[in-house]
Design a protein around this ligand. Sequence first.
Ligand code: PLP
Length: 427
Amino acid sequence: MLNVEVNDKGHLLIGGADTVKLAEDYDTPLYVIDEKRIRENYQRLHKAFTRYYPNFQILYACKANTNLTVLRILEDEGSGIDAVSPGEIYMALLSGFKPEKILYTGNNLRDDEILFATESGVMINIDSKSQLLRLSKITDPENVKISFRINPMVGAGHHEHCITGGELSKFGIREDEAIKVYKLAQELGFQPIGIHAHIGSGILDPEPFMLAVEKLMDIAGKVSKATKIDFKFIDFGGGLGIPYHPSEKPLDIKEFAEKITSLFMEKLDEHSLGEPAMYLEPGRYIVGDAACLLTRVNTIKESYRKFAGVDAGFNTLVRPVMYGSYHHIIVANRANEKPVEKIDIAGNLCESGDLFARDRKLPELREGDILAILDAGAYAFSMSSQYNSRPRPAEILVKDGEAEIIREREDFSDLISKQVIPPRLLK
Ligand SMILES: *Cc1c(COP(=O)(O)O)cnc(C)c1O
């Protein structure tokens, strides 16, 4: 989202809508989601891959953003879903996704969660032998479509917590046990249809991804040879990064697609794997740069450092605090002004770590300014909380300059929802 549009008043636009007006109309903090950007991101990726390999399917990793309207837009584009919990399966089905286009990659599942997935008719991506054995006990193997998540011993990501392949990862099945689990599945009466790996998140360099593709293809080859399984899909997971910092370069998606598909087809040939579908599971790439968080400066404070205090906190966007992530910030009401000072942007929670930025170069801030924290479409609302008893912000969708509310702002009643005080403690 780093190439932003500004109108003649110097106001930042998103999806053609004036962010300053949106802040006035809907109040702050406010998540603003650009429909066109979501569609463009989806189509760019889809086009890049289908050009080289038509049997290609995107499974949107909906943990990035599960707003029902976002899900509707992606269902409309033809996406499938990568779901990681029963709740995500529920939301995807509610938004109109067909169960056969949903792949459930849970980890450390309870039996009732496995059962919920099989009864919903979604495909299940198995993360451990334990899960396979329990699945076989509670379902009819002939009616469940399964795949296995393999740890290809390649990991990558923007933060240690986001690396999901390699020795330290809790995810997936050891590659040297892959043949064993597929054989076991067959003995139990299943007919596995896929193989999967997801190595991490926020990857801007194609190399580790290529390495994982190569490893997974070789594993798929060995499994297929040993078990005669005819894979219907090979799923390379998600993790495609976006540039959060102006110095970062976006992934060249055409080149990325060309490299991945040619290696994929070479390996299909080498291992006689036929023509399975290729799946990718992008979350961040689809929605990350399609939204910003608007927040208003309410306090300018010179303490030992200079702070601009805003009306949002890490309960609305935890990435800076949790991963040390950079999010670009624009003064939405004076978007053309040059940076002149370094300032800390502090949230409104009672935690000294509650900062959106340290030493950020910005125009001289004033109380009342609207800040747009960019790239807040992925892992922003979906990781939000009511910490400090702060009701969560509203979400709006913009398209061609028009805005529609897609999630109401929470109020105090949401803070007490579902709470029960034992009557003996009531006065
Ligand atoms: C989180 C996740 C993804 C998506 O990751 P992004 O970095 O948002 O693309 C894909 N697949 C699985 C299994 C995941 O857990």
